[in-house]
Structure formats: structure tokens, C-alpha cells
Design a protein. Structure first.
Lengths: 102, 166
């Protein structure tokens, strides 16, 4: 086990980010894809906070706070878009909503 | 003690992140896994002496965002839907696995090379008082912009969820 350092936290952040990216690539349910985006944002936050501790500087925590604000707004607007899409198309499958595809 | 807590929280965070992506039965299961992941991450933040960020994580993510997800899932009464019909492409799979393993090894080597003991921080590091003072002095413009962004988000969400688009 030994001592825990920033290295361990960065590896955890990388793992969670990869799982989130995998979710966006593999799943076709829009809501689950959205949750995977949240996972990626959280992994970035963990990395920021870990570097903030490692450097003894609180700017990373302030940036993480701003990321959370943007994530909250993004969830509100994104879920409104999904509600509106389901009302009009009656599907949450991303493959069925390809009108914007060129 | 710290090491044990780190292993518990990181295992919970990574395991439930896998649960978010891997539960095919219903999006509800994904949302519940997301709560566990967010709470475990809050524990990791507190291990990193970032009390304020940890508290906000519990309140905003576990308390507000996941509830919003659950509310929408139940409102729309969604059924489960499987993963994509992954085509069988052995070459692409092998290449992808190779890139993933190489990337992980490279990342671990780079990070391990820069492994240094943490500096000691004063007791006020990461407290609500310290972060609040920084936010309302050096970063006051960012706070104002965040407020405008939140207002725009509220208005946009109400308009989008209400209106019928044709």
C-alpha cells in the first residue's frame, strides 16, 4: 500500500474519465450518454483538486467550482432538450435523432 | 488510515462509474450508480483537504443534478435500452486495445516520474472561508459571469421544456 500521493489520484481520475468516454461511445441511450459526460467532468475536477493539493495552491479548487457551475447549467439545459425531443419524437435513442446529420 | 480511505473511496468511485455505463436494464440503475460515484468522489476531495469542493460536490451533484436526472427519467417513463450493435471488427478492436494499454503505461510512467511528497498546507487550506475569500476578491468577475450563466440556463431550460418545437 504505502503512502498515497497525487499519482494515485491522477490514475483514478484517468480511469473515471476513460469509463465516461467509453459510455459516450458505446451507449445509445441519450440520458446514459449524458451521465457519462458528467462522469468525465467529475474526473477532470478530481484531477484539478489533486494538482491543487500537490502544489499547495487553491486556484485548482476555484476552477473545479466553476466547472461544477457550468456542469449544473449544462444538465438543466440538456435535460430540457431531451424532454422536448422525447415529446416530439418519442425516443431517447440517439440513432433515431439524426436530422442534423449532413 | 488515509491510504485505507483512499482505496475504499476510489474503488467505490471507479466501480460505480462502471455501473453507470454498464447497467443495461434501466437508466434508473445508472442514475443510482451515479450517486454512489459522486459521493465517493466527495470523499476523495475531502482526503485532498478540499472541504469546500467536497461539500459542494455532495450538494450540487448528489443532491441536485442526480435528482434532476431521476426526475426526468421517471417523467418520461423510459425503458432500458441496450448497448450499440457493435460490429465485429477484430482489427479495430485489437488496435484500440493496443492504444489503450500503451496510453495507460505511458501515463503511469510520466506520472510516476513526477511523484513527489505533498507539501504541508496550513489548516485553512480549502476551507469555505479561504475559498470564499478568494472567490469574492480575486475571482469576483468569474463569480458574476457564473451568475449570469446560471440565469441564462434557468431561462433556457424553462423555455425549452415548455415549448413544442415543430
Amino acid at each position: 500500500m504505502g503512502d498515497i500521493s497525487g499519482f494515485h489520484f491522477q490514475i483514478v481520475a484517468a480511469l473515471i474519465f476513460s469509463i465516461g468516454a467509453l459510455g459516450v461511445l458505446l451507449r445509445r441511450n441519450m440520458i446514459v450518454m449524458f451521465m457519462s459526460i458528467e462522469l468525465m467532468l467529475n474526473a477532470a475536477n478530481l484531477s484539478l483538486v489533486s494538482f491543487s493539493r500537490e502544489l499547495g495552491n487553491d486556484q485548482g479548487q476555484i476552477l473545479a467550482f466553476m466547472v461544477m457551475v457550468v456542469a449544473a447549467v449544462e444538465v438543466a439545459v440538456g435535460l430540457a432538450i431531451i424532454i422536448s425531443l422525447v415529446r416530439n419524437r418519442d425516443t431517447v435513442n440517439i440513432e433515431d435523432t439524426s436530422q442534423l446529420k449532413w | 488510515m488515509r491510504a485505507a480511505l483512499f482505496w475504499i473511496f476510489s474503488t467505490a468511485a471507479v466501480g460505480s462509474a462502471l455501473g453507470v455505463v454498464g447497467s443495461l436494464r434501466s437508466p434508473i440503475n445508472s442514475a443510482l450508480s451515479l450517486v454512489v460515484s459522486m459521493l465517493a468522489l466527495a470523499g476523495l476531495y475531502i482526503l485532498l483537504e478540499a472541504q469546500f469542493v467536497g461539500l459542494i460536490q455532495v450538494m450540487v451533484y448528489a443532491g441536485a443534478i442526480v435528482v434532476l436526472f431521476l426526475f426526468v427519467i421517471m417523467l418520461l417513463n423510459l425503458r432500458g435500452s441496450g448497448a450499440a450493435g457493435a460490429e465485429n471488427q477484430p482489427i479495430a478492436k485489437a488496435l484500440g486495445a493496443l492504444v489503450a494499454v500503451a496510453g495507460t503505461l505511458w501515463l503511469a510512467r510520466t506520472l510516476a516520474a513526477s511523484r513527489a511528497p505533498w507539501p504541508d498546507v496550513e489548516a485553512s487550506f480549502g476551507t469555505t472561508q479561504a475559498i470564499g475569500e478568494a472567490l469574492y476578491t480575486d475571482y469576483v468577475l468569474s463569480v458574476q459571469v457564473a451568475g449570469v450563466l446560471l440565469l441564462a440556463g434557468i431561462v433556457a431550460a424553462v423555455v425549452l421544456a415548455k415549448k413544442k418545437i415543430d
